[in-house]
Ligand binder design. Structure first.
Ligand code: 4AD
Ligand code: MG
Length: 479
């Protein structure tokens, strides 16, 4: 084809004027009446319509144009005759870059279920829904870096292979260069990791927090944004075995500053998408409304997607203590009528059904619960005066539950050692962590945001597998 340079469809739709000669490339989303091609190249939600006068083209060529084939079109921009778009392209030359045989192609041009599309990762990103979701996923990631950069934080890369178990939960994937059958063993018959690649037992990280604390006590304000791995067998719509987490860690912040940061950070992300991805959001909102038509009223969203996002950015998050949350729950209708599956009692962790009641029924907005019992939280959280609770916080969102979890860290050396001993965390292995309390320690705080949970909230997708390109869940590591 000629030396004409390719125009991306996003800029074409924004900037092209009538009579421009243009070259576009993309995938066929539809070919109607042997005359109208909807072409999309991923640069925007919108397609450009290509008008084909079949008498000007070879029939054999036109036959090769079908759903999802990839083509290159040279043509003239004209004012659109149809509704829904301002301009379209009248094709002069068409080249097939990649054909797509409609007889063999397993994805038909009709509405597919999200579950089916999950098995077709090679095609699912070409659908309207998933291209919108993954554009927004990118944009949230960008906005995260922008927020922290603009606020003077430093991005820190923490290790993916680690020797420590930050959360003390033990649900980790082992990393070894041994093969299970031939791993060397010591006198007691146990695998001898001293001979392994790192000379010790290692795992995939569950969190970069402990290392981020080193950064905070040197650079003041840092954040991590990396993959984390959990081998918990939670086969739910909110859990992945491989997910991404953002962990800010800030010197001199107490738990109240930490709550302020969590609130302003999440509002910033939502605002960024409202301001810059209106077209994708509008499509996702309509998709949900259509899907919900088949559901009974009580199963539908209380508010459409965009209204929900606006509501969250326009209102203060509710802040309550764990103790108050327990009292509210014990006085709630579902508790009194025995409708909760899990018991509510001081000292027990809140289950997702309880969190959702607080957020969706009681306050109808995000809720930050603080001051949890120390026995259900990690060793590094700062003990409160009452000696029963710690300065921990969970941020709960409608429809999702916990999106962020964090705490003020225990900066008092003796208190930290005491907690580690009580909770059976090795002070030897974490001597470097204790050093941060011995040499220039200070009050500091941070939290972790589950990236995919935030993407779920903003896109309105109800299964976490549908907001990550390649989900890893128990029993599934496809693609
Ligand atoms: O509450 P978590 O376990 O907190 C930590 O890991 C702390 N070290 C964070 C910190 O203080 N720096 O995890 C943080 C968030 C949760 O609130 C949740 O949103 C998300 O990570 N998360 C998951 N997301 C998807 N799949 C899973 N299996 C997740 N587990 C936690
Ligand atoms: Mg948590």
């Amino acid at each position: 084809m000629s030396s004409l340079r390719r125009t991306e469809i996003a800029s074409l739709l924004k900037e092209a004027t009538v009579n421009d000669e243009v070259l576009v490339k993309g995938w066929v989303r539809a070919f109607r009446a042997n005359r109208f091609i909807a072409l999309n190249d991923g640069s925007s939600f919108g397609n450009v319509q290509v008008v084909v006068d079949f008498e000007n083209f070879d029939e054999a060529l036109l036959k090769q144009i079908s759903f999802h084939s990839c083509i290159e079109v040279k043509g003239t921009v004209v004012e659109s005759q149809g509704s829904g778009q301002n301009i379209e392209i009248v094709a002069k030359e068409i080249v097939i870059l990649g054909g797509s045989n409609p007889d063999e192609y397993s994805l038909q041009p009709k509405k597919q279920t999200l579950e089916y599309l999950r098995e077709k990762a090679q095609f699912r990103m070409r659908t309207n829904t998933f291209s919108a979701v993954f554009r927004i996923r990118h944009a949230i990631s960008f906005a995260i870096h922008k927020f922290y950069n603009d606020n003077g934080y430093y991005h820190m890369h923490t290790p993916i292979i680690t020797g420590s178990d930050a959360e003390g939960a033990g649900e980790m994937f082992h990393v070894t260069s041994f093969s299970p059958d031939t791993a060397p063993r010591d006198e007691t018959g146990k695998v001898d990791y001293k001979q392994d690649f790192f000379g010790k037992e290692t795992n995939l990280t569950v969190s970069g927090q402990l290392q981020a604390e080193m950064g905070a006590l040197a650079l003041g304000k840092v954040y991590t944004f990396g993959p984390t791995f959990r081998a918990e067998k939670s086969n739910t719509s909110r859990h992945l075995a491989e997910f991404w987490m953002i962990e800010p860690e800030v010197a001199f912040n107490d738990i109240n500053d930490n709550m302020d940061l969590a609130e302003s950070f999440s509002k910033y992300l939502i605002n960024y998408i409202l301001d810059n991805y209106a077209e994708d959001l509008a499509f996702l909102e309509k998709r949900i409304l259509d899907a919900e038509k088949q559901l009974p009223k009580e199963k539908r969203r209380e508010m459409p997607l965009i209204e929900t996002l606006r509501f969250v950015v326009d209102n203060d998050f509710e802040r309550i203590t764990y103790t108050d949350a327990i009292n509210l729950l014990r006085n709630s209708k579902p508790y009194k009528k025995g409708r909760f599956e899990n018991d509510v009692a001081w000292g027990k962790d809140l289950q997702s059904e309880h969190e959702r009641w607080l957020v969706e029924k009681k306050f109808k907005k995000p809720v930050i619960v603080v001051d949890y019992p120390k026995d259900i939280k990690a060793f590094y959280m700062r003990s409160n005066e009452d000696d029963k609770t710690v300065a921990a916080m969970d941020v709960l969102f409608p429809g999702i539950g916990e999106v962020m979890g964090g705490s003020q860290r225990e900066e008092r050396h003796d208190m930290l050692v005491k907690r580690m001993n009580e909770m059976d965390v090795s002070t030897e292995e974490l001597d470097w962590y204790l050093d941060l309390r011995k040499f220039g320690g200070c009050p500091h705080s941070g939290f972790g945001m589950g990236f995919e949970r935030m993407v779920m909230f903003i896109t309105g997708m109800s299964n976490i597998r549908d907001v990550i390109p390649f989900p890893r869940t128990p029993g599934s590591a496809e693609f």
